[in-house]
Design a protein around this ligand. Structure first.
Ligand SMILES: [Zn+2]
Ligand SMILES: [Zn+2]
Length: 234
C-alpha cells in the first residue's frame, strides 16, 4: 500500500523540492548535508550553539532572562533551512514537516522524555492566517512529534487573539511589545502541569517567552520547547 502511495504521490525533498530517491526516504541523501544540525556545546536554556563550553548560556539568554525551562533545536537557520521553512509556510509544502518531525523525535526522544510533559502545545497562528494558509505548521509538526513520542497534543491550550506584525524586522524589545496580549489560555485542566511548546523558528525567543508567560499565568508549572531551527547561534 505504501509503495502504491509513493508511486501516486511521490515524496518531495524538503531541501531541493525534487522527488526523493530512494522511494520511502523523506530527504535526498545528497541534500542532507545542506542542513546544519546543531552540535554541542549548546546553550542550556535555548539550545543555540555556543562557541565556548566554559559558559552555560548564549549571549541572548545571559542578557534576557527567560521564564521557560529550556528548549531544543534541530537545525541552525542557514539558507537551506530558510528556503525549506518558507516553502512549508508560503507554498503549502506541509509534507516537509514529516521529515522534521521524525528527525526531532529521533534526536530528542530522550531529552523530551526527561521533560515528562503532559501535553505538546503548538504555537498558534491567528485564525485568519491559518485559514489563508490552510494549516498551522507548528500544529502539524506537533501532531507528527506527538505520534512518534506518544504524547497527547493540545492545540487548544493557547489561542492567538491578536494578529501581530511579522517579527523579523523588529528589535528584541519591539518583538516583545509586538506580542503583548497576542496569546491567551483557556482554563487549563489540572492534569496538565508541564507542556512542550512547538514552533518552527526560534530567534530571540520572544514568541516562546510570550507563550510561556500566558501558560504559566494560566497555571502551567513547567514549559519547555522544541523548534525546527534556531537563528544566530555560535
Ligand atoms: Zn533533495
Ligand atoms: Zn540561549
Amino acid at each position: 500500500m505504501k509503495a502504491i502511495l509513493d508511486l501516486l504521490f511521490p515524496r518531495r525533498c524538503p531541501v531541493c523540492g525534487e522527488i526523493v530517491r530512494p522511494a520511502g526516504s523523506l530527504i535526498c541523501p545528497s541534500c542532507l548535508p545542506e542542513l546544519s544540525f546543531t552540535t554541542p556545546p549548546v546553550c542550556k536554556k535555548c539550545g543555540k550553539e555556543i562557541a565556548d563550553e566554559t559558559v552555560e548560556y548564549c549571549r541572548d539568554c545571559m542578557a534576557r532572562p527567560h521564564t521557560f525551562e529550556y528548549g531544543v533545536a534541530l537545525l541552525n537557520y542557514n539558507e537551506a533551512a530558510r528556503r525549506s521553512v518558507s516553502q512549508i509556510k508560503y507554498n503549502n509544502k506541509r509534507e516537509y514537516l514529516d521529515f522534521y518531525g521524525k528527525a526531532l523525535a529521533a534526536r530528542y526522544a530522550g531529552t523530551i522524555a526527561r521533560m515528562s510533559v503532559d501535553a505538546i502545545v503548538p504555537v498558534p497562528v491567528h485564525p485568519s492566517r491559518k485559514r489563508r494558509r490552510g494549516f498551522n505548521q507548528a500544529e502539524v509538526l506537533a501532531q507528527i512529534l506527538g505520534k512518534y513520542l506518544n504524547i497527547p497534543v493540545s492545540p487548544d491550550l493557547l489561542i492567538r487573539t491578536r494578529k501581530t506584525h511579522p517579527q523579523k524586522d523588529l528589535t528584541p524589545r519591539e518583538r516583545l511589545s509586538n506580542l503583548k496580549g497576542a496569546f491567551t489560555a483557556p482554563p487549563i485542566p489540572p492534569s496538565i502541569r508541564s507542556v512542550l511548546l512547538i514552533d518552527d523558528i526560534y530567534t530571540t525567543g520572544s514568541t516562546i517567552e510570550a507563550c510561556t508567560c500566558t501558560l504559566k499565568t494560566a497555571g502551567i508549572r513547567h514549559v519547555y520547547f522544541a523548534v525546527i531551527c534556531t537563528a544566530g547561534g555560535r
